[in-house]
Design a protein around this ligand. Sequence first.
Ligand SMILES: CC(C)(COP(=O)(O)OP(=O)(O)OC[C@H]1O[C@@H](n2cnc3c(N)ncnc32)[C@H](O)[C@@H]1OP(=O)(O)O)[C@@H](O)C(=O)NCCC(=O)NCCS
Length: 131
Amino acid sequence: MSDTVPTLAPHGELVIRTIAMPADTNSNGDIFGGWLLGQMDIGGAIYARNLARSRVTTVAIDAMSFINPVYVGDIVSCHASLVKVGRTSMRIDVEAWAQRTRGGEVVRVTEGVFTYVAIDDAGRPHAVHRT
Ligand SMILES: CC(C)(COP(=O)(O)OP(=O)(O)OC[C@H]1O[C@@H](n2cnc3c(N)ncnc32)[C@H](O)[C@@H]1OP(=O)(O)O)[C@@H](O)C(=O)NCCC(=O)NCCS
């Protein structure tokens, strides 16, 4: 048997790094899922904007999993990777990881697949790959 234990590590490009603040807590005192979802959406949009080189808008969020809680003071990072490019849409997998204040342990907290559409100044879809 191998004595090498594979270490689970963030997958994708680092798109957001921030600290979870007391203002972002829910009634349990842990970080509110909606705040985390918002950070992931922003992170995915940064990735999509860079890919499409234009404005983008979120059209769908699928397969969202909340795996571990986030606590006040955790360093939260979001990592994005491309799943698929359509004509005007981009499916992007976004993982969020939290680094605990005490001990520095890094745990995966959420994962979801976000779909963005490249849009022009009038909000109309346009091709991701334009010449
Ligand atoms: C996104 C938006 C511009 C798309 O406009 P539309 O007229 O539906 O455009 P289309 O039907 O041509 O779809 C555009 C692309 O989005 C994809 N799409 C549309 N609805 C989708 C959905 N629910 N899930 C996944 N992809 C979807 C289409 O498949 C198409 O992809 P493709 O070009 O790669 O094949 C429009 O729906 C919109 O403005 N939505 C509101 C977005 C928003 O406000 N987001 C923030 C929420 S707070």
